[in-house]
Every structure is written in structure tokens, then in C-alpha cells.
Design a protein around this ligand. Sequence first.
Ligand SMILES: Nc1ncnc2c1ncn2[C@@H]1O[C@H](COP(=O)(O)OP(=O)(O)O)[C@@H](O)[C@H]1O
Ligand SMILES: Cc1ncc(COP(=O)(O)OP(=O)(O)O)c(N)n1
Length: 266
Amino acid sequence: MTTAKALTIAGSDSGGGAGIQADLKTFQELKVYGMSVITAITAQNTLGVDGVYPMMLEAIEKQLECIAVDLQPDALKTGMLFNSEIIELVANKMEQYKWKNLVVDPVMIAKGGANLLQQEATESMKRKLLPLATVLTPNIPEAEELTGISIRNMEERKEAAKRLSAMGVNYVIIKGGHGDEKEAVDLLFDGSHFSSLVAERIPTKNTHGTGCTFSAAITAALANGYSINDAFQLGKDFIHQAIKNDLHIGSGHGPTNHWAYQESKR
Ligand SMILES: Nc1ncnc2c1ncn2[C@@H]1O[C@H](COP(=O)(O)OP(=O)(O)O)[C@@H](O)[C@H]1O
Ligand SMILES: Cc1ncc(COP(=O)(O)OP(=O)(O)O)c(N)n1
């Protein structure tokens, strides 16, 4: 039996609900061997982000090299990349190593308002990273920032997806957590067709790390050889269970429950 391997290139969340920690928990739950390249340390809990400490480029490069010489990932994702130097380094290494199945979660601003990507870095993300992405998973504010469109309805969401696709992404998933519909609607565009997954919107404040967890589940599914449609469905089912069965940890926006999806199967 071969074991699928997935890599996350992202920031560390000391509170354990988002970033590298959410990604590795998700990979583990989906029976994928998880590896990490840490781009930044955040001092963070359910109340918010208290400090951001980007890693030296040399340290990021060394982590990437160590993975490349020994541990070829079957799929990988990016999360918090913080600045344009880190984005460019990661994109150059991706090209050098010819890694496939890249999921880009264009993390920009944490729920509490902290900047996880410097404003000037949006251009590098568009120019260097998006053309390498198999799947891009922006939330609505991120899709607005990347396209310059203001998204108030489904038509504008579709227009944003088309523009992101034109930047060289194979599959765009605009997540609906920030939408104003009664349901949480996630929209997939494959370059010619739209499809969407709809789930009950769960009334909870415990949604810290939803985007990281959703994109990590998609990455794990791709590492396991799933089609995009099946990976999208797994991501949606995984995050839905994780939000629905929240853990009530911390006194602010608590994390999701990464073991709920597997428990729902028993
Ligand atoms: N309250 C909720 N109920 C159900 N699903 C949700 C809820 N909030 C977010 N989701 C889902 O979680 C995933 C992440 O969405 P979103 O919150 O938009 O991302 P981000 O954390 O990047 O802002 C999507 O699949 C979205 O539909
Ligand atoms: C280290 C780190 N990375 C990413 C995020 C943002 O995660 P996300 O899933 O978008 O969750 P919220 O910020 O919306 O809770 C983060 N907070 N920290």
C-alpha cells in the first residue's frame, strides 16, 4: 500500500485552530501523511492575532529543499504567505520541483482583522502563484481583492470566478461563508461550467480556521487521487461536520472540530 503525502506551506497558529495546525489535523483525519513548511509564526488564540513573525527566507527555502529531496508531495496547499518575497520564493520552488496538485488558499485577513498578507503582495500572488494553482479557494473578500470586483450577488460571484480563472487557475472555488444567503453556498468554476455546493448555514461564532480546514481537506483528497468534483464534495462535507460539531474551546471565535467528519461516518 502506498501512503499519500500532502504538504502545507503556511503560517503557524499558536491557538491550533487555523494555519499549519488546522491543515495537519485535517490531513491526518483523511489518512494522508502531512508535511509542513512554516512561512510565519503567529501568536494567536480564539480572541485574535497578537503578533506576526515572518520566517527568514533562508529558513523557508531550506524547509522546501528538505521536502523536495526526500518527500515528494502528491498534493500541496499554500495558506498564509505574508509578503511578496515569500510568495516569489514558493512559486519559484514549485516550478523548479514541478510539484502538481497545488491548492492556493489566498489567506489575507484573519477574522479578527489582522493582516496575514501585506497589501503590496497581492500583485505577486496574482502574477506568480495563481498561474501555478490547480485550485484557488478565496472567500468573498479575497475574491474581491484579487479581482477588484465588488461581490454583492451570485452574478458578481460568477464574474469574479471567471476573472480568477483567466489569471491561469484551473479551478476556482469561491467560498460562501461570508455570503448573505440563508445557506452556505460554495461556487466552483472549471473554466467553462459553474456548479455549486449548498449546505445549511450553521449559527455559530466558532468558525476560526474554516477556510484552512476546507482547503486542506481538498488537498488531502487530491493527494488521494480524487477528481476535483469529489475533492470539492469531501471538502464541503468535512468542513460542515467540523462547524456543526464545534468544540467550544476558548472565549472568542473557537476552532472547528477536526475529528467530527470521521465520527459522523461511524
Ligand atoms: N456558518 C457556517 N455554516 C456552514 N458552513 C460554513 C459556515 N461558515 C463557513 N462555512 C463554510 O466553510 C468553508 C470556508 O468558508 P469561509 O468562511 O468563506 O472561508 P474563510 O475561513 O477563508 O473566510 C466554506 O465551505 C463555507 O461554505
Ligand atoms: C496562521 C494563520 N493562517 C491562516 C489564518 C486564517 O484562517 P481562516 O481559515 O481564513 O480562518 P479565520 O481567520 O477566518 O478564522 C489564520 N487565522 N492564521
